[in-house]
Design a protein around this ligand. Sequence first.
Ligand code: SF4
Length: 74
Amino acid sequence: MVSGQVHVQADRDVCIGAGMCVLTAGAVFDQDDDGLVVVLAENPGDGDADAARQAVANCPSGALSLDERAPADL
Ligand code: SF4
């Protein structure tokens, strides 16, 4: 099966700076000086996509969202 691409977004107005995303997917998310999330990789590759999914699921504030894009949609 060919995997689709993952697209992640972060709402910095909702982020509470808990840092869970950075611990879970440090290649995809970072935090700025105020502790708010910064997306490093909006379209993480296969190696980081699972970590990104996990980070989105675990974000305590619901600031993160993720679209699964099938190859046909690209
Ligand atoms: S896990 Fe959620 S609340 Fe915590 S820093 Fe990341 S986006 Fe912000």
